[in-house]
Every structure is written in structure tokens, then in C-alpha cells.
Write a protein that binds this ligand. Structure first.
Ligand code: UDP
Ligand code: LCN
Length: 806
């Protein structure tokens, strides 16, 4: 029994619980989510005149705080409690206050009953359960360590392996013998034929390199070292070679998990990386900001550059310049025959500011050309991915002239392809969700049948389950992406247990305590986005041009609105016009607040101005809504809406121009998985107001280097901004203080250098443990293959049939 419920039952608040339940019955709603429950409790306290103490401190208030959902049935109600992060419990509460725990199956059946899709007389639905497969790996015990998987895995596996010195040495020896680059052996050669020999040769090699000056280049003594059994890969100078050999020597004698991590991170084992972002519009110019791409394209392009740079650095330090070893990074996406005015129909495109990083575009096979010649929404893309993976494999092998060493998937579609490729090529698989649609759309699983025509969530959620379980490791941008906060369920957590009525029940979709999860946040492109006060790096002509564009230019084709007073403080936001980005909510908040209108102008950069220019349903409806709000609140003269897609360099300067005028940035999304614009605004020096729903909650430290807003409460949101403005008035340096702290926050925590170093180190360590560990994931992978063939493929096929008939 839950302690929270027991405490209520043991107190004189039993009656309150009963009364509260009967009040709930008077409402229309039978399915209440956390916000509804808190409101219902507050209404209850008002109706029954309960004290402030009762509202805040009573046992019932504590219970209510942790209740995520309530489902009302005829005779009972079901409480779904989340007393701890990643811990869900469900109970029946009967009218006489008898409490009974519910099994996962009870709960999923109940949810199905709620939508009239429970048919026990026809037998059970398929149950998907990954739990039995996770017994091969250790589990993190404390939820606060979730997201630090690699540390945990490394410590756990090392202690196991170190217990048996012979096994440990054998594993190390085999692992070191494995590495090659373009057919050339690295690290150790055939002269070292056993683990014992490895141990003794290391000591001889250390003695040998100690004779050289620390800075002596590796080239000068490579052949002597080769005689001793050591090939390139240990270092670029005598000092570095010695350091690496010393590490190995002490690892052999007195193994230690941290030393192992440092040693493995040094080994040159990654040269070729492929990043997958199949759904297209992946390009460097003129494509950002289209529906479906947005931040993911920005993220991947910056990530590629940082990975290449980091790999190059590591390869040089390892002394592999003598091998003419260069890293190669490929972004694999689809080739779009009808690519409008972009380069998305080019097979190969070099990525700017890299030596050897490319966008490789592979077309979808032609099924119905009306579809396959054109861009296909991420919700419709599923039938084309398997054949894409087959064709892409061939092209990748040709481009790399061999197998990649690491496959990184992006978003549900790329992650599924990463599973297919990694399985065929036997390569380490990393996935990055960016945004899991399941949490973006309320009740997306419960009402999946009603949404199927438009969203095809049945296929997407199946793909997500496949990818997140098959991946060797998962990179997430925040902790809450995995397991949420005390109050809210995480994105991955939402896959733990859910129903897809009449299709399947997921009783354990993902093990949140698995060490596969790692928080590695992205960075921001520091050559494009940098603080406004770095005048020496700014181009005055661009500044003036963009200042005019933002505040005064008259161009009805691209800009809506003329400002009555362009000198008011700009309140700025930039996003795609998706419903979830909620720019219309920001406009409404501005419209409702006379005080904000007195002090600020609202400046929005938001895709398009005309519905006829868009083919995206959500975008069209948001454009209409924005015009409606402008009329309703009479915002003419106070708002500028720029329907432009800015080139990247301009978007950097735009933030700085707003900062020149001591403006602020507001990110009002109803939910934001991470929020790259938050980083961009902060590093530019704009005091930033970010939604409290999602990633911004982790990036911003409230009232220190930015502010949280609740975009669903317009008055409160205006209040937070007004409070800041009033502080600025009373304390002239306040704007600058917050601005500088925002800049410091990004430089200290969100750089691509930090990201790439961590990502590559993770890849090597997971690679090592995959190779070394005796446990084997084959049983789980076979189960996943079944799901792919028996669930995913038939659904994708029936979607294809629809496309063929269109
Ligand atoms: N962006 C842009 N032009 C626009 C809107 C957005 O260049 O009109 C860029 C923005 O600078 C950021 C990215 O697109 O780099 C949006 O990423 P974010 O993570 O904020 O949101 P997403 O679009 O991925 O949901
Ligand atoms: C997708 C999103 O929705 C954003 O929140 C992220 O910042 C972006 O991808 C990059 O990961």
C-alpha cells in the first residue's frame, strides 16, 4: 500500500478523501490529469472552506501532489501515483475507502475501457515487455544517477572484470589486438602473442621511450617501437606514448575504473561516423525552419563539425598522422528529387567549415512518385525506411570504403534506420530523440485510432520502442527528457507503460534505470552566436541592415506591422509557427497586458505571413490565429511579425541587435524538448524567459541567469516579465547582470566541445563493454526483430498502400 494513501487513511482526513472523491464525481471529466487534479483539489478546499495549512500540509494535499492521473469508474476511482521519479503505482479506491493495488494489466485494461476499447471476451491484446531482457545489464539504483549511465556501467563492469585478473588481461589483450585503420594494424602487432607477453613488452616499451625527450615526435622512434610489438596509436610524442603505456601498465597491475575510462577514451577506435536524419530538407542553406526540420538540422550540422574536430584532435594526439588517418563524418539523409530552390537533390554536399564531412543523400525508392519525388512528412515516412536503409548501407560502404565505426540516429525515423544499419553492420548504435512525439500530443496513445489518419502514431511509437531498446546507448539533452521532474513524467518514461488500445499493451517498454542513458546536452555554434558586446566580431553593415529589418523597414510581402514607437524595448521571439511553439500564446499574453504594451514592442520572427504560402495544417491554423489575436487586442503599431527565413549568420546578428536595445527573449512553448533558441538568446546576452515545460527548466536557473514562465497562464507570464522590467528601472545594471550570467551559463555548460568530447568517450566505452562483456543482447535483439517484422512492417505496408492509391 502506498505510504501516501495510508497516511490519509490513518488520519482524520479519511472523510476529506471520501468527500473529494464524491466532488470529483460531480464533474464532467472522468479522466483527470495532474493540472485538473490540482484544480479540483483547490476547488474542493474552497467549497469546504479548508485552511491554508490543510491545502499545503495535510496528508491529503501531499497525496494529491503526487497523483498524476485519476480515472473515475462507476463504483471506484483509480489513482495513479508517482511518489518518486520513474516510479508509478496505481490503486483502486472504492467508495468505502477500501484500497486495492492494481497490476499493470489492470491499469492498461482500465484505460482501454475508458475509451470503450476493452474486449476481454475476444482475448488479450499483445503485451510488449522488455523487462526480462534487461537482466543482462546492471541497473542504476538511485534515480538521481539516471542519465550518468556510462559512469555506472564502467564502475560495475570493471569491478566484475577485475575480480579475475586472467580474464581481465585476456579481455584487454584481445581488445587491443582488434584495432585497424584502412587495413593497417594499430596499437599492438603479431609480435605480442599473448597477454603475458603484452604485460612484459609494455615495461620494455616504457623503458625504451623514456630515453627520448618528451617532445620527440613519434615518427623518430616508431620502427623501434614496432619491433617491440607496438604499432601507431599510442601517442604523437615520446611523452604522450609513455603516458599511455604507463596507464596501461598500471591498469594491468592495479585495475581501476577511472583509469580504464581515461585509457579507453584515448584509444583511436573511431574514424568514420554516420549520423542519420532521413526525413529530408537536410541542407545548409534555405531549408532551416521548414516544418519538421528546425532544431534537429541545426543540431546535427553543429554536432558534425564538433565531432570531426574532436576526432581529428584525438587522431593527431594518438600519433596517427603518420598513417595519414583522417576522420570522415557523413550525415545520411534522403535525396529529394523535387527540392524546390534547395540543394536537397544533390547526392553529396560538403559540410561548410569541415575537412571531410558530407551530407550524403540517398533517394527513397520510387513507389508512388507523387509521394516519393517530394518531401514526405515525418508522420508518413515509415514505409520507405527499410529499403532506404538497404540502399544507404551500400552507399555508405562505398563512401567510407568500409564500415562506419559509430552510427548515430536522430529522431524516430533516423533512430529506426540506425537500428537496421547497426544490426546489419554490427556497429555501435547511439540514438538521439530530439523530441518524442508521444509526450507532445496529449493522449496520443490512448486515442491513437482517432489520430491515426493524420499522425500514424501506431507506427511511430513502435519504431521508438524498437530503437530505444536496440540502442547501445542513448544521448539525451536533459535529465528530464528521460525521467521528467518531481511533477512531470519524462519523455522516455512515458514509454515505460502505456496502452495502444486494440493494438498492444506495453507493460515495460523501456528500462529507465538502464545505464544506456546519458545526458549530453548540445551546444551552440559560437562563431554565429556570440555576445552582443563583442563589437570587434560584428559586421556594422549587417547590424544596421538587420536593425532596419526588425524595426522600421516597410516590406508588406515579408513583414507585417509598423511600430508606433520603434524605440520601446523589444520583446523578441523566434520559432516555427507550430501550435506547440505557442507564439500565438505569447501574442495573447502581450495583448492582454496593457503594461507590457506600454513598455515594449513585440517582435516575432515566425516563418510565414500568408496561409496560402504554407502546406502545413498546424502552421496555417497558427497564422490565422495570430491575425485574429492582433485584431482582437488591437495590436497594430505594437507588433512586428517577420515572415522570413533568415540565413544563419543573420539569425545570430538578430539576437545581438535586440540585445543592443536591451531587449529580452521569450520562449513560450507549451512544451519544448530542449530549446536551442534559448541557448542562442542567452549566449547573445539576451535576458531569457523560457517555458517551464521541458528543457529550458534545466538550462535556465530561475531568476539567476534567466526566468521561467508558465505559458498557459498569460497573466502570470506577463507578471514575470513586468517584474523584470521594473527591476531594470530601479537598478540600471540589472539587465546587464542577467545578460552576463546567461552568457556565462552557456559557455560553462553548453558548448559543442564538451558535447563531442563526451560523446566520443561514451562511444568508445560502450564499444569496449559491448565487445568485452560476456553477456549478450542477442535475445533482446531477436525479440526486437520480431516486433519489427510482425508489427512495424505490416503497419508500414498498409500505410504504403494508402500512398499508392493516393
Ligand atoms: N530558426 C531559424 N529560423 C526560424 C526559426 C528557427 O533559423 O525562423 C532556428 C533557430 O535559430 C534554432 C532552430 O531553428 O537554431 C530551432 O531550434 P529549437 O531547438 O529552438 O526548436 P525546434 O525547431 O527544433 O523545435
Ligand atoms: C527538437 C526540438 O523540439 C527541440 O526542443 C530541440 O532543441 C531540437 O530538436 C534539437 O535537439
Amino acid at each position: 500500500m502506498s505510504e501516501l494513501i495510508q497516511a490519509v487513511l490513518d488520519s482524520n482526513e479519511r472523510t476529506d478523501l471520501r468527500q473529494f472523491a464524491s466532488e470529483l464525481r460531480k464533474r464532467d471529466q472522468r479522466y483527470l490529469l495532474r493540472n485538473d487534479i490540482l484544480t479540483a483539489f483547490s476547488d474542493y478546499c474552497n467549497t469546504y472552506d479548508r485552511s491554508e495549512d490543510f491545502r499545503q500540509q495535510s496528508h491529503l494535499s501531499k497525496l494529491i501532489y503526487y497523483v498524476q492521473e485519476i480515472i473515475l469508474e462507476q463504483e471506484s476511482l483509480c489513482l495513479i501515483i508517482r511518489p518518486k521519479i520513474a516510479n508509478e503505482q496505481a490503486y483502486w479506491v472504492f467508495e468505502d475507502l477500501t484500497i486495492e493495488p492494481m497490476t499493470p494489466q489492470d491499469l492498461l485494461d482500465l484505460r482501454d475501457r475508458f475509451v470503450n476499447r476493452h474486449h476481454p471476451q475476444e482475448g488479450d491484446v499483445l503485451e510488449i515487455d522488455f523487462e526480462p531482457f534487461y537482466d543482462y545489464s546492471p541497473a542504476i539504483r538511485d534515480s538521481k544517477n539516471i542519465g550518468k549511465g556510462v559512469d555506472y556501467l564502467n564502475r560495475f563492469m570493471s569491478s566484475k572484470l577485475f575480480q579475475d585478473p586472467t580474464q581481465w588481461l585476456e579481455a584487454l589483450y584481445k581488445f587491443l589486438s582488434l584495432h585497424r585503420h584502412n587495413g593497417t594494424q594499430l596499437l599492438i602487432n603479431g609480435r605480442i602473442q599473448s597477454q603475458q607477453q603484452l604485460s612484459s613488452q609494455i615495461k620494455r616499451a616504457i623503458n625504451f621511450v623514456s630515453r627520448y625527450d618528451t617532445n620527440e615526435p613519434y615518427n623518430k622512434f616508431r620502427f623501434e617501437l614496432q619491433e617491440l610489438g607496438f604499432e601507431p596509436g599510442w601517442g604523437n610524442t615520446a611523452g604522450r606514448v609513455r603516458e599511455t603505456l604507463d596507464m596501461l601498465d598500471s591498469l594491468i597491475d592495479s585495475p581501476d575504473h577511472q583509469a580504464l575510462e581515461t585509457f579507453i577514451s584515448r584509444i583511436p577506435m573511431i574514424f568514420r561516423v554516420v549520423l542519420l536524419s532521413p526525413h529530408g530538407w537536410f541542407g545548409q542553406e534555405g531549408v532551416l525552419g521548414r516544418p519538421d526540420t528546425g532544431g534537429q538540422v541545426v543540431y546535427v550540422l553543429d554536432q558534425v563539425r564538433s565531432i570531426e574536430q574532436q576526432l581529428q584532435e584525438e587522431i593527431s594526439l594518438a600519433g596517427l598522422d603518420v598513417q595519414s588517418a583522417y576522420p570522415k563524418v557523413i550525415v545520411l539523409t534522403r535525396l529529394l528529387p523535387n527540392c524546390e530552390d534547395t540543394l536537397c537533390n544533390q547526392r553529396l554536399e560538403k559540410i561548410h567549415a569541415t575537412h571531410n564531412a558530407w551530407i550524403l543523400r540517398v533517394p527513397f525508392r520510387e513507389f508512388n512518385p507523387k509521394y516519393t519525388q517530394n518531401w514526405i512528412s515525418r508522420f508518413e515516412i515509415w514505409p520507405y525506411l527499410e529499403t532506404f536503409a538497404i540502399d544507404a548501407e551500400r552507399e555508405l560502404l562505398a563512401e567510407f570504403q568500409g564500415k562506419p565505426d559509430l552510427i548515430i540516429g536522430n529522431y524516430s525515423d533516423g533512430n529506426l534506420v540506425s537500428f537496421l544499419l547497426a544490426r546489419r553492420l554490427k556497429v555501435t548504435q547511439c540514438i538521439i530523440a530530439h523530441a518524442l512525439e508521444k509526450s507532445k500530443y496529449l493522449f496520443s496513445n490512448l486515442y491513437w485510432q482517432d489520430l491515426e489518419e493524420q499522425y500514424h502514431f501506431s507506427i511511430q511509437f513502435t519504431a521508438d520502442l524498437i530503437a530505444m531498446n536496440s540502442a547501445n546507448f542513448v544521448v539525451s539533452s536533459t535529465y528530464q527528457e528521460i525521467v521528467g521532474t518531481k511533477e512531470s513524467v519524462g519523455q522516455y518514461e512515458s514509454y515505460h507503460r502505456f496502452t495502444m488500445p486494440e493494438l498492444y499493451h506495453v507493460v515495460n517498454g523501456i528500462d529507465l534505470f538502464s545505464p544506456k542513458f546519458n545526458v549530453v546536452p548540445p551546444g551552440v555554434n559560437e562563431t554565429v552566436y556570440f555576445p552582443y558586446h563583442r563589437s570587434e566580431d560584428r559586421v556594422p553593415g549587417d547590424r544596421d541592415r538587420l536593425d532596419k529589418l526588425l524595426f522600421t523597414d516597410n516590406d508588406p510581402a515579408a513583414i507585417f506591422g509598423t511600430l508606433d514607437d520603434p524605440n520601446k524595448r523589444p520583446l523578441f521571439s523566434m520559432a516555427r509557427l507550430d501550435r506547440i511553439k505557442n507564439l500565438t500564446g505569447l501574442a495573447e499574453c502581450f495583448g492582454k497586458s496593457e503594461a507590457l504594451q506600454e513598455q515594449c514592442n513585440l517582435i516575432l520572427i515566425a516563418g510565414k505571413l500568408r496561409t496560402e504560402d504554407s502546406t502545413d495544417r498546424e502552421e496555417i491554423s497558427e497564422i490565422e490565429k495570430l491575425y485574429h489575436i492582433i485584431d482582437q487586442y488591437n495590436l497594430q503599431g505594437k507588433i512586428r511579425w517577420l515572415g522570413v527565413r533568415l540565413p544563419k549568420t543573420d539569425s545570430g546578428e538578430v539576437y545581438r541587435v535586440i540585445a543592443d536595445r536591451q531587449g529580452i527573449f521569450v520562449q513560450p512553448a507549451l512544451f519544448e524538448a530542449f530549446g536551442l533558441t534559448i541557448l542562442e538568446a542567452m549566449i547573445s546576452g539576451l535576458p531569457t524567459f523560457g517555458t517551464r515545460f521541458g528543457g529550458p527548466l534545466e538550462i535556465i536557473q530561475d531568476k539567476h541567469n534567466g526566468f521561467y514562465i508558465n505559458p498557459t497562464h498569460h497573466e502570470d507570464m506577463a507578471e514575470v516579465i513586468l517584474d523584470f522590467l521594473s527591476k531594470c528601472e530601479h537598478k540600471p545594471d540589472y539587465w546587464k547582470e542577467i545578460s552576463q550570467r546567461g552568457i556565462d551559463r552557456v559557455y560553462s555548460t553548453y558548448t559543442w566541445k564538451i558535447h563531442a568530447t563526451k560523446l566520443l568517450s561514451l562511444s568508445k566505452i560502450y564499444g569496449f563493454w559491448n565487445y568485452t562483456s560476456q553477456e549478450n543482447r542477442e535475445d533482446m535483439l531477436r525479440y526486437i526483430e520480431m516486433l519489427f517484422h510482425l508489427l512495424y512492417k505490416p503497419m508500414a505496408k498498409s500505410l504504403l498502400e494508402k500512398h499508392m492509391q493516393a
